[in-house]
Ligand binder design. Structure first.
Ligand SMILES: O=P(O)(O)OC[C@H]1O[C@H](O)[C@H](O)[C@@H](O)[C@@H]1O
Length: 543
């Protein structure tokens, strides 16, 4: 295609949303003109399915659940019975935040809360982290940190770092199910840190969970500083605009009404049943072209803006947990999915873009361009050129260089990164995921595949328990083979070895005879002290 034809294609395909000032350019995707028409029947179905979902149909048949994240930004669309809880939760959040900011709600031994630790994982962490990085100002009312793993080092880093300010730190524990192990562990470790300082944990703790969840019951969250409803019909990965995302955002001083308004504006733009005039339809059409069937391309997300660096991580869950499915809705094995990676431009230009231009052609890029460089004027770095111009040049240059090598790209351009824009971007991708799922006939709203790893992790810990129980009563050191036999798992020596190696590297009372890296010569026993301390309580399944 010559430059003139390309310019024509650019204009023909360019989508612009006047309300949001958002452009979507799909001209550098190599689908043919008739591709759009050929997908029309599939889109008629996708538009219908989305309409039914918004009207309250059971869109997640496996879990027999409605899927209502769109109602969060436009409660009037929700079934009547659900409207009050959406409106009340938002009012509860705003009221609470106002009182925290004013000091009316304060910690027992300090005039105001200064910090937040947000504990949660997956959909209960990625949205709040992304929004914090994208929108928190230089001087927020509170500072936030996230515990989103069961890594003891990671927790120590945060809890020790905050040591002197723990007495003015609010803990927000987010778990829809209330049973996720990593989150439970973060909660228990944090509670322990508070107890060590003689602080009354419930007076610092805020819960976001389903009413009556395991966490709600075990921790008696009604006695905590506050408890916010998580709603059954909001999925974890689409929960940023529920209490999950809105509470921390509002505490950080982010305009959550603007975020909701941006999402609402995008929702109405992506309801238009016309592919070329619907940005989510256009996006999903590009994904279908690049990723479906034989074209299994990866999505490389390159926002040219530091504050959007976590967008790809956020989208990893939204897209890969929604679309990465073994079976379609008719039970056929399909192995669908789109791999998402990327950080930010121009930084990544100096890392893996070499491969994108010259190596394996297994990707398409989505550039995100932010038209406003910064608030206020810029100095000139070279005659007539600012740092922002360099950023803009880097994006346009990479787009062109990729195109010259027949590498595909999409470009989304937004005026600036503000709450409205972030709400709109989230809504855009949520809807594109929903459409794509219809196009390839899968359930985007369940995640059966994540259970296998959790089950295997529980099995591993059960085996560890058995090993320690055997060691406790052993009369002499045991080989790994003997240990495996005694726990009734003679074929699990490798797992036994992994357990022993981990325990040996930590102060758990293991006595090793032999070398850790020579498993066949190794014998193991326990110190008398450790042998006395082992409990026999049943292990809860990892969730
Ligand atoms: O919010 P929670 O119930 O703790 O769930 C946190 C996360 O855990 C899971 O394993 C799911 O795969 C995610 O979709 C979810 O967001």
């Amino acid at each position: 295609m010559n430059n003139q034809e390309l310019w024509q294609r650019y204009q023909d395909l360019l989508y612009f949303n006047d309300d949001l000032g958002l452009y979507l350019d799909v001209s550098r995707m190599h689908f043919k003109d008739d591709f759009l028409d050929s997908l029309q029947p599939k889109f008629v179905h996708a538009f219908h399915a989305m309409d039914a979902l918004e009207k309250g149909a059971i869109a997640n048949p496996d879990e027999n659940r409605q899927v209502g994240h769109y109602w969060l930004r436009d409660p009037e669309l929700a079934p009547k019975a659900l409207q009050p809880e959406i409106i009340d939760t938002l009012a509860h959040i705003e009221n609470f935040v106002k009182q925290v900011h004013s000091g009316e709600i304060r910690p027992p031994h300090a005039p105001k809360f200064t910090d937040i630790i947000s504990i949660g994982i997956g959909g209960s962490a990625l949205g709040p982290k992304f929004v914090d990085k994208a929108l928190t100002s230089e001087a927020p009312p509170l500072n936030i940190q996230f515990i989103d793993n069961t890594d003891p080092d990671g927790m120590d880093h945060i809890l020790n770092g905050l040591k002197d300010r723990l007495a003015s730190t609010m803990i927000i524990v987010i778990s829809k199910s209330g049973g996720t192990s990593e989150t439970r562990n973060g909660l228990l470790e944090t509670k322990h840190a508070y107890q060590q300082q003689g602080l009354d944990f419930p007076r610092y703790a805020v819960a976001i969970t389903l009413a009556g969840s395991q966490m709600d019951v075990l921790e008696n969250c009604d006695n905590w500083l506050a408890k916010f409803a998580m709603l059954d019909w909001v999925g974890g990965r689409t929960s940023e605009m529920s209490s999950v995302g809105l509470l921390s955002a509002a505490l950080l001083g982010i305009d959550i009404r603007a975020m909701l308004a941006g999402a609402k504006a995008m929702d109405s733009a992506t309801r238009v049943p016309d592919i070329k005039n619907n940005p989510a339809a256009l996006l999903s059409l590009c994904w279908y072209h690049a990723c479906h069937g034989d074209n299994q391309k990866n999505m490389v997300l390159l926002p040219y803006k530091d504050s959007l660096v976590l967008f790809s991580r956020y989208l990893q869950q939204l897209i890969m947990e929604s679309l990465g499915k073994e079976k379609d809705l008719d039970g056929n094995i399909v192995h669908e999915g789109i791999t998402v990676y990327g950080n930010k431009g121009s930084t990544d230009q100096h890392a893996y873009v070499q491969q994108l231009r010259e190596g394996v052609d297994d990707f398409f890029v989505t550039f995100i361009e932010v038209l406003e460089d910064r608030t206020g004027p810029s100095i000139e770095i070279e005659p007539d050129i600012t740092t922002g111009d360099f950023l803009s040049g880097a994006l346009q240059g990479t787009r062109q260089a990729l195109y010259d090598k027949q590498r595909e790209s999409i470009t989304i351009s937004v005026p600036r990164v503000d709450a409205r824009c972030i709400g709109a971007l989230i809504a855009l991708y949520e809807r594109a995921v929903g459409f794509y799922a219809s196009l390839v006939n899968i359930n985007a709203y369940h995640q059966p595949g994540v259970e296998a790893g959790k089950k295997a992790a529980t099995d591993f810990l059960v085996l560890q328990r058995h090993i320690l129980t055997v060691l406790k009563t052993a009369q002499h050191p045991l080989t790994l083979a003997a240990l495996a036999a005694q726990i009734g798992a003679p074929d699990q020596i490798e797992t036994v070895y992994k357990v022993i190696r981990h325990l040996a590297m930590n102060p758990r009372g293991l006595v090793l005879h032999g070398k850790l890296h020579k498993p066949s010569d190794l014998t193991v026993s326990l110190t008398a002290h450790a042998a006395r301390n082992i409990t026999a309580a049943p292990l809860a399944e990892m969730a």
